[in-house]
Design a protein around this ligand. Structure first.
Ligand code: NAD
Ligand code: UDP
Length: 328
């Protein structure tokens, strides 16, 4: 039986990935310091004898024999990662180094979750993997963006210098059930505001764009990527002349933030919420849309879940949470 380590396993994406790995027959160890993740996300998995949870901070070394390491540990929402920027940077950089050292010693494969934030406020649109980005090194988002960029560098260098088998996914805004209700990300904010009949907070004029990927589509891409034989991965990226195996994963549908608010309200027609303007946070990227040609070619993958369908599933999740909180 294959063994997988999932760092950040009690988070939004880590919990979905862990569930999928269990369904695929793996023995799964989830490690998490529960900074932004919750035990609630993994309650359904705890009864499975092939699942174990370890309370651990990835800035410290972690040892064990695994076939595959999925490195997700790092706060991901601007509100959370700016709450303790130094810890965010350490989680990305030291966490990556510790996982690469583990992989080096044990010959495990590593799939690391990077981000569209490595492109910063992009000057190339849509974003392709060969684009180097436009990132502020000293702004409020830099702890996350630069931490993730450094983690990519570490992965590329452990691969070049020590032969570690690493695969990088640059994830564009991804959403779904198990998102933290207080993490301030746009989809969870808008849904909860609409369900609670509160004002829907549009930052700036709402003309900035994002592309929204449903969590199941991302997990499918990650699993396909990890399953590929190393020779195929190496040959593919050598031909593309990229310094490391890196692919974008996201849904190329591009929406303004205002359109997203309108789509959300359409799916919660009973809501009495109104759209209101709030100041635009510093360094908020203007546009974001993935070019997913590489993922399509390498994995035969493309996202399947349209925004309205994914939003409806996410609304069901938050509605059920709100009901159970009201019943307590
Ligand atoms: P999340 O905050 O729900 O999950 C992150 C998990 O990592 C949490 O459970 C948190 O407690 C844990 N964690 C944080 N620091 C840790 C540390 N030092 N040691 C151990 N555990 C730690 O966020 P998510 O959306 O599930 O993101 C998962 C990964 O995917 C992150 O690395 C994030 O940067 C990346 N990503 C996510 C998105 C997205 O839109 N969701 C986009 C790009 C990249
Ligand atoms: N946003 C917004 N209202 C909110 C939360 C976010 O208008 O209540 C905007 C935010 O300014 C950004 C976009 O939505 O332009 C996506 O924000 P999120 O925090 O979800 O992700 P990121 O900025 O990291 O892409």
């Amino acid at each position: 039986m294959k063994k997988a380590l999932v760092t950040g396993g009690a988070g939004f994406l880590g919990s979905h990935l862990s569930a999928r790995l269990l369904a695929d027959g793996y023995e799964v160890t989830a490690v998490d310091n529960l900074f932004t993740g919750t035990k609630e996300n993994i309650y359904p998995l705890l009864g499975n004898p092939r699942f174990s949870f370890v309370l651990h901070d990835v800035t410290q070394p972690f040892w064990g024999q695994f076939d595959e390491i999925y490195n997700l540990a790092c706060p991901a929402s601007p509100v959370h990662y700016q709450h303790n920027p130094v810890e965010t940077l350490k989680s990305s950089v030291l966490g990556m180094m510790n996982m690469l050292d583990l992989a080096l010693k044990t010959k495990a494969k590593v799939l690391h979750t990077s981000t569209s934030e490595v492109y910063g406020d992009p000057l190339v649109h849509p974003q392709v993997e060969s684009y180097w980005g436009n990132v502020n090194t000293i702004g409020v988002r830099s702890c996350y963006d630069e931490g993730k960029r450094c983690a990519e560098t570490l992965a590329a260098d452990y691969r070049r210098a020590h032969g570690v088998d690493v695969r990088l996914v640059r994830i564009f805004n991804t959403y779904g059930p198990n998102m933290h209700p207080e993490d301030g990300r746009v989809i969870s904010n808008f849904i909860l505001q609409a369900l609670r009949n509160e004002d829907i907070t549009i930052y700036g004029d709402g003309s900035q764009t994002r592309s929204f990927q449903y969590c199941d589509d991302l997990v499918e891409a990650m699993r396909r990527y990890m399953e590929l034989p190393r020779g195929k991965v190496d040959a593919f990226f050598a031909a593309k002349n990229l310094g490391a195996p890196v692919i974008n994963t996201g849904n190329p549908g591009e929406y303004t933030v205002r359109q997203l608010a309108e789509e959300t309200l359409k799916l919660i027609p009973e809501s009495k919420s109104k759209l209101v303007s709030r100041p635009l946070p510093a360094d908020d990227p203007r546009r974001r849309r993935p070019d997913i040609s590489l993922a399509k070619e390498l994995l035969g993958w493309e996202p399947k879940v349209p925004l309205a369908e994914g939003l409806a599933k996410t609304i069901d999740y938050f509605r059920a949470r709100e009901k159970s909180a009201a019943g307590r």
